[in-house]
Design a protein around this ligand. Structure first.
Ligand SMILES: *Cc1c(COP(=O)(O)O)cnc(C)c1O
Length: 468
């Protein structure tokens, strides 16, 4: 399988190159040149596979002959052995048509473990094979950082620098990063917000001489391996629920950088019977404004109780726009559209593009008060506590069920985090302090290590340069 850039100006890459490079030279994101497609008969054969076996079948064509099958199966096996639930991604029925897909049983209690445990093992394999050392630099609004550290810390050939916005992640999130004292892990708290961190990581990519010849690798959701790993749980959940061509399911996905929901979109393109994908956002509503009014424009960031979705611009949105333009045979227009966006902070798409997008996507914006009410009411009804991101998805699915687009299909809300990661929000919703699972019980008492730096690119580069 070869990978092309969404801006079409970079040369084609192998799987390994696409993973180790992250962003393409022309500023675009890598996407596979073609997608494997599964027929109804194929899907029947996949229906009863274990999570790991399904992962192999769904993703093997994306890897092609670059990794021996036996080794690739080992990488997959290792990536899911640290999950605390035997089903890995358990599906919970809420009532006749509503389900919750619990993706928070990994080591850091958020769905990002699904992709980052895998990416860590994949990098470890490629780096050992090449005898190569790399520097991972990532920005996090909270969950990516700990998942990246947990996924990559065993990789001796990688040094990991994670930038998080100082005082803007929850205490549990911070401690999940800063209590990892492995020598190849460095946590940097930046006096700024998440977008400041992300912007600086992008600039470091563009000028890597401060890394003294080592290559910088991106582990944020622009990395293709993360998207690829996430496609699997859409198949797993839908097949378990008996989805067929005549009986498709819909998903409600709490969305920030558009990585998770983009994986759902690819699953649909690969033949999975998915009817609609609901984009569920907090008050940072760029995606809802786009779907409803063709207005994709940056606004000020709003701090909310679902911080992992506090994002002004969704990186993976470009991949979806590329695919839709490609379906309409005008993918050559995308580079200009994205460059326009980089200048003006706003873009509009052609009418036929938006119409096509709306065939699959609906978008709902849920504010903090609605999120708290949802957490509260859900607890009263079921005695279960939703984390604030999941609550956004659950309320979006309920709003969708009132709309004329809803045709009584099964609807699966994606539960992206364990409530104990966001105790402040749970308490604000009027519930008691949620407790951490046993394996993290002593987290808050552990020793922490981090450096606090100004949001100044040169300061941060110098700091990192001294350590590589
Ligand atoms: C990262 C994250 C999201 C948003 O996922 P994207 O792939 O960025 O859209 C939602 N919920 C939680 C808990 C997250 O950590």
């Amino acid at each position: 399988m070869k990978y092309i850039s969404t801006r079409l100006k970079s040369s084609k890459k192998t799987f390994e190159e696409a993973i180790l490079q992250g962003l393409a030279d022309d500023g675009g994101l890598y996407v596979p040149e073609t997608l494997p497609v599964f027929s109804s008969q194929d899907l029947e054969k996949l229906r009863h596979l274990s999570y790991e076996d399904l992962f192999f079948e769904i993703t093997k064509d994306f890897v092609g002959d670059e990794i021996y099958h036996k080794i690739y199966r080992d990488i997959i096996q290792k990536s899911y052995k640290n999950f605390s639930h035997p089903a890995i991604a358990p599906l919970k029925q809420l009532n006749q048509n509503e389900f919750l897909l619990e993706l928070f049983h990994g080591p850091t209690l958020a769905f990002k473990d699904f992709a980052l445990q895998f990416l860590g093992n994949l990098l470890n394999y490629f780096l050992q094979k090449n005898n190569e050392k790399i520097v991972i630099i990532g920005a996090t609004s909270g969950d990516t950082g700990s998942a990246a550290i947990q996924g990559c810390m065993a990789c001796d050939n990688a040094q990991i620098f994670i930038l998080h916005p100082h005082n803007k992640v929850s205490e549990v999130q911070r401690k999940q990063m800063t209590t990892i004292l492995a020598p190849n892990v460095v946590n940097i708290a930046i006096k700024g917000n998440f977008d400041d961190c992300q912007a600086m990581v992008k600039k470091m990519f563009a000028s890597q001489e401060f890394l003294k010849g080592k290559k910088m690798v991106a582990v944020n959701s622009i990395n293709w391996a993360r998207i690829m790993a996430q496609i699997v749980y859409y198949f797993y959940a839908s097949l378990r629920l008996g989805a067929t061509r005549f009986n498709p399911v819909s998903f409600s996905v709490p969305t920030g950088n558009f990585g998770d929901i983009y994986a759902g979109f690819l699953a649909k393109k690969m033949g999975l019977p998915v009817k609609r994908l609901l984009i569920a956002t907090n008050s940072n509503d760029i995606l809802t404004r786009f779907i409803n009014n063709n207005d994709y424009s940056k606004h000020e960031m709003i701090e909310t109780i679902s911080p992992s979705m506090n994002i002004q611009v969704s990186s993976n949105f470009e991949r979806m726009l590329f695919d839709i333009h490609r379906e309409l045979k005008k993918e050559k227009n995308l580079a200009n559209l994205m460059q326009d966006f980089e200048f003006k902070g706003a873009l509009k798409v052609d009418k036929d593009v938006l119409t096509k997008i709306k065939e699959t996507f609906s978008s709902y914006t849920i504010n903090d008060q609605e999120t708290k009410n949802t957490i509260h009411q859900f607890y009263q009804k079921t005695s279960e506590t939703l984390d604030p991101h999941t609550a956004v998805a659950v309320l979006a699915s309920q709003k969708f069920m009132q709309s004329s687009d809803y045709e009584k299909e099964y609807i699966i809300s994606i539960a992206t985090a364990h409530p104990a990661k966001f105790p402040e929000a749970i308490v604000q919703a009027g519930l008691g302090q949620p407790s951490l699972p046993i394996f993290l019980k002593d987290l808050l008492d552990k020793e922490e290590r981090m450096d606090i730096l100004d949001k100044d690119l040169e300061t941060i580069k110098t700091f990192i340069s001294h350590k590589v």
